[in-house]
Design a protein around this ligand. Structure first.
Ligand SMILES: C[S@@+](CC[C@H](N)C(=O)[O-])C[C@H]1O[C@@H](n2cnc3c(N)ncnc32)[C@H](O)[C@@H]1O
Ligand code: SF4
Ligand code: SF4
Length: 364
């Protein structure tokens, strides 16, 4: 079977590396765009890094989001996420519009999605549907602070599969995100078995972010801010993870011969050395390959702020075009600094970084 995720990552990496070779900081047009349509959520997961208290009136409205989508290159891969995207009543309209122009990926907790929306995913060709499963049954419900949330997420996956089957369609591909936590390390393999049974395409095992400046506001306007230049401590709950249990579960996962492709965030981190360094916060910049993500990828916050990945505001879509911000002075300065440093200390633990010696079924 062709591994689309792997090929996509290779392509995006090469696409970023070519202009990244030059020191000007300029990039080719964006190939991966992430729009966070809201910070709001119906759940309250203890680990969540999303900003609280952003008012609905401050969020980009439907017209503004359509306006952003109109500016994207047709070849761009668009991720719609949040917060919980489906807390927005106009989310079906946003998706409908996005799917008429771009290949799309949606990230959701899966608790607020109706049958009509699922039908649209299949009929309009959503490329990738991502939902989170942090455990089986009550473990997931406890982590997510919501009774019945596991059943709802599983129901949505089953319903997508049913609609795909009746249309003899292949899309959306389905990805399950699982965040490693002390509460779920004993059931990671079981999650894989459930994923296998539901015939999902990917299981992404994620380590928690080490820095609260990765992929989320509040923004810092100084590129030399300590958030970017000092080594992050990471959340304290990492100390409560029993590494021997984690290793055992990952051995089971690695030796499992099934159809689900295993990915990890950061890439390649799922082997004893990587995990140990991660959990003990002993990662070094040299453990990772240089990063070219900001030469291909951009994020837009619910208030329209544009940022590369670390929380450095490079512009706002409410005052500038995406094109102007993409190769504007701030974005170029960010790329130049990153090029000089290969990776910044604030990058450690970022999901898109790639551990040099690691394992995942994906080569990139
Ligand atoms: C912020 S959520 C947004 C989409 C949706 N609300 C959901 O839960 O899937 C995106 C992903 O981030 C994960 N996540 C939550 N807290 C995290 C943390 N501290 N570090 C890394 N990922 C985290 C969630 O489990 C989820 O898979
Ligand atoms: S469902 Fe997603 S956005 Fe909501 S609290 Fe949980 S991780 Fe955060
Ligand atoms: S590793 Fe650093 S530069 Fe690369 S995507 Fe992550 S935060 Fe951005």
């Amino acid at each position: 079977m062709i591994n689309y995720s792997d090929w996509h990552k290779r392509l995006v990496r090469i696409y970023g590396q070519i202009p990244g070779f030059f020191s000007s900081g300029y990039a080719l047009p964006p190939l991966v765009v992430q729009i966070e349509v809201t910070h709001r959520c119906n759940l309250n997961c203890s680990t969540c890094y999303q900003m609280k208290g952003v008012k609905i009136e401050e969020e980009l409205n439907l017209e503004e989001i359509r306006g952003i989508i109109d500016q994207l290159p047709r070849a761009a891969f668009l991720t719609l996420t949040g917060g919980e995207p489906f807390i927005r009543e106009d989310m079906p309209e946003i998706i409908n519009y996005a799917l008429s122009r771009n290949r799309c990926n949606i990230l959701t907790n899966g608790t607020l999605i109706g049958e009509d929306t699922i039908r649209m995913f299949v009929e309009k060709g959503l490329f990738l549907f991502g939902t989170s499963l942090d455990g089986i049954g009550s473990i997931h419900d406890k982590i997510r602070n919501g009774k019945g949330t596991y059943e709802k997420a599983v129901e949505v996956i089953r319903s997508i599969q049913k609609h795909k089957e009746s249309k003899r369609g292949k899309y959306p591909l389905i990805n399950i995100n699982t965040l490693i936590m002390p509460q779920n390390i004993e059931c990671l393999y079981e999650i894989l078995l459930v994923a296998e049974k539901m015939e999902v395409d990917y299981l992404t095992i994620m380590f928690p972010k080490l820095s609260d400046a990765q992929y989320t506001p509040p923004f810092y306007d100084d590129l030399n801010h300590e958030k970017f230049l000092s080594f992050p401590r990471g959340p304290e709950f990492l100390d409560a993870i029993d590494q021997s249990i984690l290793n055992k579960q990952l051995r089971l996962i690695k030796s499992h011969q099934g159809s689900v492709t295993i990915r990890s965030y950061p890439y390649g981190i799922l082997e004893p050395e990587g995990m140990q360094k991660y959990l003990k916060r002993q990662l070094k910049l040299q453990d990772f390959y240089p990063c070219y993500v900001p030469w291909s990828t951009v994020c837009i916050s619910p208030r329209g702020d544009v940022y590369p990945c670390l929380a450095y505001r490079v512009g706002t879509i409410r005052e500038n075009t995406l094109k102007a911000v993409w190769n504007g002075q701030c974005f170029r300065e960010y790329r130049k600094k990153l090029r000089k440093m290969s990776l910044m200390p604030g990058c450690l633990g970022c999901c898109y970084s790639k551990f040099k010696k690691g394992w995942s079924q994906l080569i990139f």
